[in-house]
Design a protein around this ligand. Structure first.
Ligand code: NAP
Length: 328
């Protein structure tokens, strides 16, 4: 089968499109005929050189075991391993393989059936591939880390990116009054996702408006914790994805919590300790029309390194999808 292989750190430069043996499903696993994947941060975290300090700090490997990147996956079940009974051959599934060896940038991948869910019925495979990691991060950040309550004021910084577009919609679903921050060209997009107010960061600095929020969700952590602290009301929470800035990530993890605690506020960083059952919840929100993926660009599997280069520029509008078997 064809796959993107990256056996040395250096995605996307050292990634190669080549033939590799098709995997065989193990105990409790299914073999997925992959239709699409998407560019996710977990891939960059494991396969890019510049993230090595974080990998070491978190006890991770320097070189990933699986040479095939790809965490978001959607496709059809092609075969069942021993003791796998949740799905049958032909079922359309979607999931996030960040804790399961990755490998979705290939024509076939094996995954534990326990971390997969049925694909949202109203989405194409390419649309469904845009969902798992970004929607799970947004949900975990807002509901679990931020504990958003109905009527609270939430600001989403980086509202037009892969995670931000889900965060705006999920915060609205949770009953918050949502302000999205993005640049001029994305104002209409963020408004169309349900934001009550949109701040164009090229014209207005939200940290100087005098407005206070119960929760700031940073899909992009480019502002210092001290500035975010200024816009949080009493008992406010700063929830960060810890990216893309590594130095700010360290600040948010080690120094920020103590600094904000003195003001009666809190910093919470998002981890990938997902509840896989949430994929079913997200499927239901999508099927009910409460949440939709936003896709910026689609690339064929052979051009996946180009997709990573584009995402790495930091200005994708929603998600960048990698199509393995293009939607018909
Ligand atoms: N903690 C975790 O488990 C976890 C998991 C996944 C991802 N992450 C982190 O989450 C971050 C966000 O991921 P993502 O996929 O949403 O990123 P992304 O898609 O790269 O975000 C791109 C968006 O950010 C906007 N943007 C760029 N500069 C901005 C600025 N100065 N102010 C406001 N918006 C700005 C861009 O809009 P314009 O073009 O209009 O500027 C673009 O729409 C990643 O950097 C990653 O490190 C963390």
């Amino acid at each position: 089968m064809k796959a993107i292989v990256c056996t040395r750190l250096g995605l996307p430069r050292l990634a190669r499109y080549k033939d590799v043996p098709q995997p065989v499903p193990g105990d409790g696993q299914v073999l997925i005929e992959v239709h699409a994947s998407s560019v996710t941060f977990s891939n960059l975290f494991l396969f890019m050189k510049r993230w090595w300090p974080f990998r070491l700090a978190l006890g991770g490997q320097l070189i990933p075991k699986s040479g095939i990147p790809g965490t978001d996956v959607t496709g059809r079940v092609a075969a069942l391993g021993k003791n796998a009974s949740k799905f049958k051959a032909g079922d359309a599934v979607y999931g996030d393989l960040s804790s399961a060896g990755k490998g979705a940038l290939a024509e076939y991948v094996c995954a534990p059936e326990s971390i997969l869910a049925p694909k949202p019925a109203n989405l194409s495979f390419e649309e469904a591939a845009a969902v798992p990691e970004s929607a799970l991060v947004a949900l975990r950040g807002l509901r679990d880390k931020g504990q958003v309550q109905k009527g609270q004021k939430v600001l989403v910084y980086g509202a037009s990116g892969g995670i931000g577009t889900f965060a705006v919609q999920i915060a609205k679903h949770l009953g918050a009054e949502v302000t999205g921050v993005c640049s001029t060209r994305n104002v209409d997009l963020v408004r169309s996702l349900g934001a009550d107010r949109v701040i164009d960061y090229t014209k207005e600095d939200f940290t100087r408006s005098g407005e206070r929020y119960d929760l700031v969700f940073a899909a992009r952590n480019t502002r210092p914790v001290s500035e975010i602290g200024r816009v949080l009301g009493p008992g406010g929470v700063y929830v960060s994805t810890m990216g893309p800035s590594i130095t700010r990530g360290f600040q948010e993890f080690f120094i920020g919590p103590r600094a904000l605690k003195k003001q009666g506020k809190r910093v919470s960083v998002i981890d990938v300790d997902y509840d896989w059952g949430d994929l079913v919840l997200i499927k239901e929100l999508i099927e009910a029309g409460r949440v939709r993926p936003v896709i910026d660009r689609r690339y064929p599997l052979s051009q996946a390194p180009e997709a990573f280069r584009y995402y790495g520029g930091g200005h994708a509008r929603g998600k960048v999808v990698i199509s393995v078997r293009p939607d018909g």
